[in-house]
Design a binder for this molecule. Structure first.
Ligand code: ARG
Length: 494
């Protein structure tokens, strides 16, 4: 018997292929089976379906394959599964499977379940990348690197301080994802097509069997809303953007122009024509993926825009964008972790990049304010004059400062002279950094503390992830045990 029923004649092959979600349902198929199981258990518990009938259905569902055969023709996996049950058990038995539920609440539930796993995977890639950043900070954090604004050298900083900047951005990605988890972890089941159902289902019981912490309360909202998918694509897009900025720096820093890092060969590719080439292709791909994820986010928003309530098949079109976006972001973070951990630092090159280029000039200006009582704007002008003279004459800033500060400052209205030793100390990059007094700044003395704090952050993320994973495993075990209890009755019946 065809479960589509007698209402319509057969769909055209073209229309069926066009509207079917079979090609994308593999991702949620296992979850769809679990939802069917939980629903059947709840039907029996409520006395809505005879125990023996329920037991036979549960036994079939518990053994059902989540594999989607290539070329299988159906509207979706939901239909294929029920059809397979009817074919196997007969409609008198399997015909109860969809009692009190709809594909509308079922698909929303299965997507939310799958998304829980995907969020966990994304956050654990974030933690992996963060821990790669910290491993570099532990090894080479004290090395001084040029810091940039406008991609012009601005001030020296420590390698660790630069790594922390990326770390902290990725931490917000993890936090955004974990906050969404609580909004995703709510069950739509019991909403049926859109108004709920006369079948006396205990929604909380079903939710518990599926590991949800609560319900999407309003049944129309439960079947129609995909803002959670847009939110997931948003944080995936932001994480991919953050990853692309790191990727871009790996590409720049490994170029001959910068020459600050050497990437491990295992993340690079050569050229088919230029024998000397070493291209940072893995980072290029991570940079590009951000574009794809943003595309998925925009697609999801555009599909949802002005969609009338409640369920429309348009919603089906959002789902593959969701998986692709979140998987791309996760893959970028994960591959970057390996790239970061295995990169080597070109210390000689970095050392010459931070010495004697005037990028500590503000240190001298601040000294003129704090020790000589000059206003910052005047001090800025004095040091600016010295920098200009240094650029024009080609001699280092500190030499020019030693020889000309007295005259330049006098010309600007307040004569000061500072001895050579003090000037050299003020302009020295390491000392410059050691004088930084503000929290979160680049002072190397706070580096170890900053590393340790961030290690604790990773530990706490990982422990949240273990808790979530343990909850999911336990709920599935409970569902399986409950189902087993029911299916054992089949044997005594048959
Ligand atoms: N394949 C659909 C999806 O992914 C499942 C729900 C279909 N509902 C319906 N009434 N046709 O969204």
């Amino acid at each position: 018997m065809d479960i589509r029923g007698p209402r319509l004649r057969k769909p055209s092959d073209e229309a069926l292929a066009f509207t079917s979600s079979m090609a994308d349902d593999g991702r949620i198929a296992r979850k769809v089976i679990l939802v069917n199981l939980a629903h059947m258990v709840a039907l029996v518990r409520a006395g809505e379906v005879d125990r023996k009938v329920g037991a036979r259905c549960a036994k079939f569902l518990a053994g059902a394959s989540a594999e989607i055969l290539p070329g299988a023709k159906a509207e979706d996996f939901h239909q294929q599964l029920e059809q397979a049950a009817v074919d196997a058990l007969g409609v008198e038995t399997a015909g109860f499977i969809n009692y009190g539920k709809s594909r509308n609440d079922q698909v929303a539930t299965a997507i939310r379940m799958e998304l829980r796993d995907s969020i966990i995977a994304l956050v654990s890639s974030v933690a992996g990348l963060q821990s790669a950043l910290l491993s570099q900070a532990r090894k080479h954090g004290a090395v001084l690197v040029p810091g940039y604004t406008h991609l012009q050298r601005a001030q020296p900083t420590t390698f660790a301080h630069h790594l922390f900047a990326h770390f902290d951005a990725f931490q917000r990605d993890a936090e955004r994802a974990l906050q969404l988890y609580t909004r995703v972890n709510l069950s739509p089941m019991g909403s049926a097509a859109m108004t709920g159902t006369s079948v006396k289902l205990d929604r909380r019981y079903v939710a518990g069997l599926l590991g949800f912490s609560g319900l999407v309360r309003n049944s129309m909202d439960a079947v129609s809303s995909r803002d959670f998918a847009v939110e997931a694509l948003s944080f995936a897009a932001i994480a991919a953007l953050d990853a692309s900025r790191l990727a871009e720096e790996l590409i720049l820093w490994s170029s001959a122009e910068f020459g600050f890092i050497e990437l491990d060969d295992s993340y690079a590719a050569s050229s088919s024509i230029m024998p000397q080439k070493k291209n940072a292709v893995t980072a290029e791909m991570a940079r590009a993926k951000a574009g794809s994820v943003i595309g998925g986010l925009v697609a999801a928003c555009a599909i949802l825009k002005a969609l009338p309530y409640s369920y429309n098949l348009d919603l089906q079109e959002i789902t593959p964008h969701l998986w692709r976006g979140i998987d791309d972001a996760t893959a970028s973070l994960s591959v970057l972790a390996g790239m970061v951990a295995s990169a080597s630092l070109m210390k000689g090159r970095l050392n010459s990049a931070v010495s004697g280029d005037g990028s500590t000039a503000v240190g001298l200006a601040n000294y003129l304010v704090s020790e000589r009582g000059i206003s910052f704007r005047q001090a800025h002008a004095m040091v600016g004059e010295l920098v200009r003279a240094s650029a024009e004459s080609g001699s280092p800033l500190q030499e020019v400062a030693v020889s000309r500060l007295a005259r330049v400052s006098a010309d600007l209205g307040k004569k000061v002279s500072v001895d050579r030793v003090t000037i050299e100390s003020l302009l020295d990059p390491q000392r410059f950094l050691e004088r930084i007094a503000t929290k979160g700044g680049a002072n190397p003395r706070s580096m170890l503390r900053e590393i340790r704090q961030r290690e604790a952050v990773i530990t706490s993320t990982r422990s949240s992830l273990s808790t979530l994973k343990a909850e999911l495993t336990a709920s599935e075990r409970r569902l399986r045990a409950t189902t087993d209890g029911l299916t054992r009755e089949v044997k005594s019946v048959d």
